[in-house]
Design a protein around this ligand. Sequence first.
Ligand SMILES: Cc1ncc(COP(=O)(O)O)c(C=O)c1O
Length: 360
Amino acid sequence: MKGRVVNFNPGPATLPLSVLEKAQKELTNYGGEGLSILEMSHRSKTFDSILNEAIEDIKKVMGITDNYTVLFLQGGATAQFAAVPLNLAQKGKPALYINTGSWSKKAISEAKKLSIEYQVIASSDQDNFNHIPRNFNIDNNASYLHITSNNTIFGTQWQSYPESKEVPLVADMSSDFYCRRFDSRLFGLIYAGAQKNVGPAGVTIVIIRNDLLDRSPENIPTILNYKTFAEKNSLYNTPNCFGIYIVSLVMKWILDTGGIDKVEKINQQKAKLLYDTIDSSNYYRPTAKSDSRSIMNITFRLPSEDLEKQFISEANAAGLVGLKGHRSVGGIRASIYNAMPLDGVEKLMDHMKKFQKSNG
Ligand SMILES: Cc1ncc(COP(=O)(O)O)c(C=O)c1O
């Protein structure tokens, strides 16, 4: 049997081994109750305390204040592309979008389908999404401003968030959720699929400022209505109980690691190692501009596609998996989420140096 590999998959992605081991230990008989969380009622006292602890820990890790509500939803970040305009768009007030890549485009296309008033106020499309746009005007009369905080496919990330003042800032944080400290007061709504930084696929986390809950119209599908889920503490229907439990374990892992600032510091360190290796190589070519680089998804090219294939296959043989760039752009992508250990990144650096030596 294969041992555990160094997992650079973009999502579902690597999880802390200690979290997996704890879940394994508790799998068949949770807390001595004689049954698994997989088998337990979502209306049981036990699950209720798992759910509430997960919510409390999400707030505690980032210092999210009580005027925000944490929701656990399903349908992935993709469902949020529709839920955001359905809940937050207001008549006569355009929804603003900044287009920084494929996921932004998908969010925009849902707004279009729903026939809400929207404007794309900036885009880096003409530069193959190699940077985050800096120049744009935010209409004070807008319903909201939507950004994708980290562009998983193009390897770019907002270094600081736009100050949108009265206009609620909505961020798809799927691929950099809880990888660094942020000030929740800048945001009206944050959403993220859990499967990159904080848990398994099938759990979507929404953090919404409470005053925005009053915007949800009655005539939208209930499954996408934030207000309903807030009123029912995410228990309108059966949630992904096991997934929420894993998110709760990951939050505890962040706290045990030393908190979000410590996790951020390690993430910065890991990203710097790889970018320094790329920049000093004269061989590997970064795809993102240096002022927009992601600390989560490091994307780069080799001199030819054949060499990229060889790089990936030799990496696989050395136990480094998931390095293939997204099928729409090619190249190499190292996803180094929170649970990627520093020595995993060091192994990749070694591979890069050896590969260049033999093929450069
Ligand atoms: C930034 C971003 N947004 C949205 C999605 C889509 O997420 P889901 O598959 O959970 O719907 C992804 C998936 O990789 C993503 O990286």
